[in-house]
Design a protein around this ligand. Structure first.
Ligand code: TYM
Length: 332
């Protein structure tokens, strides 16, 4: 049976990239009748040091972000990773299945560890094995993510295949990354060759889900562009990374394709297009930031939602971890 799993780190605020590349797509897909499991991956967050009070708040704010984006905690399962102990247990088994060489090839590891790999945490290196555990603990078949997580989902496939092979079983499904739509790689507003990221030192490079209307409009007005008018067809975006990014953002916010947007705005200058994009972004994002602010006023209610989600998650996870430990040869 098909099952969707995805996760987001509660490390700092949510960006427009997280919204268009993940949250909005989760919300849009939850009526497909497929069981969806969405996780705030607090154990991934501590692969780099987090202030404990901030981590707690970020987890609650992320949960509010899911709900405000339209993910319904009744239809989908919403919980935090550390509340379901099977994630850590299965991650250990996968640490013993995955190879050092596989981990060393991960571009996110190379980027995040930087030059001083010796000083990175062991958890940062093992990060993708924990991610594989997240997905396979629910025997998930589909993993909606942004482009930047594709390599990790492919590693998850390798882990599932090697586990099944090593133990002579057909237990874990080999999951598919789902990377669809016009906004699976939202780029920085200051540099069309870098992805929009919560860790970029420049706040002007990103739109945060908590930004107010004036801030959003200001960031779009100052976004980097080239001097030419917008093309009428997608081919005309070739070699124009910044223009393509703004068109993609517009298309994703408005539920359109690139071609549909360009059919409307082709020939316009950015001086005309940017205010259109700013209006659209404010219209779509303001209700979300408002709802997030409202929800985070009652942290107890958020915690209750997460606890209930964790109970439902355990119902799926407990038999899977029990069976895994049995397959591996642990006395039960
Ligand atoms: P994280 O927390 O960095 O990002 C959460 C989701 O947002 C997507 N995303 C973007 N999409 C488009 N454009 C962008 N600029 C952009 N920035 C971020 C990410 O692709 C992701 O889908 N390792 C994961 C969390 C994770 C996970 C999992 C995901 C842990 N376990 C299991 C799927 C399944 C991460 O750090 O995402």
């Amino acid at each position: 049976t098909p099952r969707v799993f995805s996760g987001i780190q509660p490390s700092g605020g949510l960006t427009l990239g997280n919204y268009l590349g993940a949250l909005k797509r989760f919300a849009d897909s939850q009526d497909s009748g497929v069981q969806s499991v969405f996780c705030m991956v607090d154990m991934h967050a501590i692969t780099v040091w987090q202030d404990p009070a901030k981590l707690r708040n970020a987890t609650r704010e992320l949960c509010a972000g899911f709900i405000a984006s339209g993910v319904d905690p009744e239809k989908s399962i919403l919980f935090n990773q550390s509340a379901v102990s099977g994630h850590a247990e299965l991650a250990w088994v996968f640490n013993c299945v995955a190879r050092m060489g596989w981990m060393q090839r991960m571009t996110q590891w190379k980027d995040k560890a930087g030059k001083n790999q010796q000083n990175a945490s062991l958890g940062l290196f093992a990060y993708p094995a924990l991610m594989a555990a997240d997905i396979l603990l629910y025997q998930a078949t589909h993993v909606p993510v942004g482009e930047d997580q594709k390599q990790h989902v492919e590693l998850t496939r390798d882990i599932a295949i090697k586990f099944n092979h090593d133990y002579g079983v057909d237990f874990f499904p080999v999951p598919e990354p789902v990377i669809e739509g016009t906004a699976t790689r939202v780029m920085s507003l200051r540099d069309g060759s870098k992805k929009m990221s919560k860790s970029d030192p420049s706040d002007m490079s990103r739109i945060n889900l908590t930004d107010d209307a004036d801030t959003i409009a200001g960031k779009i007005r100052k976004a980097r562009t080239d001097p030419d008018a917008l093309p009428s067809e997608p081919e005309g975006l070739e070699g124009r990374a910044e223009a393509r990014n703004l068109v993609n953002i517009y298309a994703a916010l408005n539920g359109q394709t690139q071609a549909e947007v360009l059919a409307d705005v082709g020939g316009k200058q950015f001086s005309e297009f940017k205010p259109m994009l700013a209006d659209l972004a404010v219209t779509k994002l303001s209700p979300i930031s408002g709802e997030m602010a409202r929800l985070t006023e009652t942290p107890d209610e958020i915690d209750a939602i997460l606890r209930r989600g964790a109970d439902r998650a355990r119902e799926i996870a407990d038999p899977v971890i029990a069976k895994t430990l049995e397959i591996v040869g642990m006395v039960r």
